[in-house]
Design a protein around this ligand. Structure first.
Ligand code: NAD
Length: 481
């Protein structure tokens, strides 16, 4: 059985304890590889290796940093099929989706920040003829990058790329639930000639390996994507140590449909925004709010469209929906469907596990589920489910739907459907979330700020935001006379 290795100081190594964890294929329920169960000692070596590499990497010209990052991007492209297959097997997502979205985006992340760093600039301010200020932006040191399981290589590289482009060295930990593409990525970094110690990848559990990274005194900057409760605990550890923190956390995103929308487009896109990646994208719209005059029409068109979503073996072409990521996660999602029923919800379609015959008969498949008849403030509509479950509720006025949209503890993303330009701007302005899409969904321009308000996070990634995050500004004031 394949054993994944840690990537420390340019080499693939076993965990010091020689302990491993099982890695399960969620489409079959079978253990198919082993992951290092790394602990403090492995993290210590990784941090020391990153520290040792920092001086030379931070002094490497930006052009040379960009060159090696571009080589890594080219290798991701070259290994597109292999990486996509690994992502689908590890995560349960349709292979087609991994090919189209996850792997191309990982290459794009590396290229985006390889070129971005060559255009990044700092400022100069001159108040009069006597003084001039200039601001430098220098790399900080060893960055800790921790990512979740839903978009494994996509989110892992989204953190690593700006961190190393800016001249930091990194100790990174992918999710223990989906470690395979991070391992394959470490092989590509070696092949591309990334200097030893610039990136170190430690595999293992969050509470053990992850916590050791967060607690380490020589890791002054941390970029974390994951659940809100994990984010809270990370902040509690890191804040008294005065670490720089970027937290990209959970969401409960509203999808607001006004009666004057482009109906067919709103229905089709809302089905995608509800169930893409089995609903396991932090940006999925999980609460659909529909203006009452088109509510019935929308619900029936939506359910009709959901019937066409084929749940199948993720490696087949017909699969529109694959397996959810793990058995515990499947149980969590199913428990929310039960909760929704207890709260008076009506399940219009789905609501149960699905048996996919053949090699996937023991896999973790859930039918895309649509629930109505729930109030905006019940637990089902307040807590993050993060699975193929969506609720639909009617609203009467613009004020009311803004109140519904803003009623959760989260504020990550929102989608608004209307052909009324003024209303689009007004509602976008009044919804408290970091990302708003009007008449579209998940259109990503990597230059834009990405992140959430309220309990969806602290700070922003993307574009210059990430390069600012991974650098320390210093203002130098010079007397000219
Ligand atoms: P999680 O919080 O359980 O784990 C995320 C990562 O943190 C994993 O690598 C895990 O091992 C690690 N971890 C866990 N405890 C830790 C600790 N004490 N110290 C350090 N590291 C620790 O999240 P998950 O279940 O993997 O991912 C799903 C969550 O991620 C959802 O809530 C989803 O909304 C969120 N998410 C947010 C975004 C965003 O950009 N805002 C993107 C994707 C996913």
């Amino acid at each position: 059985m394949q054993k994944i290795k840690n990537y420390i100081n340019g080499e693939l190594v076993e965990p010091i304890s020689k302990s491993y964890l099982d890695n399960v294929n969620p489409s079959t329920g079978e253990v198919y590889s082993q992951i290092p169960d790394s602990d403090k000692e492995d993290v210590e070596i990784a941090v020391q290796s990153a520290k040792a590499a920092f001086k030379s990497w931070s002094e490497t010209s930006i052009t040379d940093r960009a060159k090696v990052m571009n080589r890594i991007a080219d290798l991701i492209d070259k290994n597109h099929e292999k990486l996509a297959m690994a992502e689908s097997v590890d995560n349960g997502k349709p292979l087609k989706l991994a090919k189209k979205v996850d792997i191309p985006r990982a290459a794009a992340n590396m290229r985006f920040y390889a070129t971005g760093i060559e255009h990044f600039a700092s400022e100069s301010h001159q108040p009069n003829t006597e003084y001039i200020n200039y601001t430098t932006r220098t790399p900080i040191g060893v960055a800790g990058c921790i990512s979740p399981w839903n978009l494994p290589l996509y989110l892992f590289t989204w953190k690593i790329a700006p961190a190393i482009a800016a001249g930091n060295t990194v100790v990174a930990k992918p999710s223990e639930i989906t470690p395979m593409t991070a391992f394959l990525f470490s092989e590509l970094c070696i092949e591309a000639g990334l200097p030893a110690g610039v990136l170190n990848i430690v595999h293992g559990l969050g509470a053990k390996a992850g916590q050791a990274i967060i607690e380490h005194k020589d890791v002054p900057v941390i970029s974390f994507t994951g659940g809100t409760s994990t984010g809270k605990s990370i902040a509690a550890t890191a804040a008294p140590m005065f670490k720089k923190l970027s937290l990209e956390l959970g969401g409960k995103n509203p999808n607001v449909i006004f009666a004057d929308c482009d109906f067919d487009k709103a229905v089709k896109t809302s089905v995608t925004s509800s169930f893409a990646n089995q609903g396991q994208i932090c940006l999925c719209g999980s609460r659909i709010m529909v203006e009452r005059s088109i509510y019935e029409k929308f619900v029936s068109a939506f359910v009709k469209e959901v019937k066409n979503l084929k749940v199948a073996d993720p490696l087949t072409d017909e699969a529109k929906v694959g397996a959810v990521v793990s058995e515990p996660h499947m149980n969590k999602v199913m428990s929310y469907i039960e909760l929704a029923k207890k709260e008076g919800g009506e399940v219009l379609i789905g609501g149960s596990r699905i048996n996919v015959d053949g090699r996937c008969e023991n896999g973790y498949f859930i039918a895309p589920t649509v629930i109505t008849n729930l109030s905006h403030d019940c637990r089902t509509n307040q807590e993050e489910i993060f699975g193929p479950v969506v609720t639909i509720m009617p609203f009467d006025t613009e004020e009311e739907v803004i109140e519904f949209a803003n009623s959760t503890a989260y504020g990550l993303a929102a989608t608004i459907w209307t052909e009324n330009l003024k209303r689009a701007h007004r509602v976008a302005h009044n919804i408290k979330s970091g990302i708003i899409w009007v008449n579209c969904w998940l259109v990503r321009d990597l230059r834009t700020p990405f992140g959430g308000m309220k309990q969806s996070g602290v700070g922003r990634e993307g574009g210059w935001e990430a390069l600012r995050f991974f650098t320390e500004p210093k203002n130098i004031c010079i007397a000219l006379k």
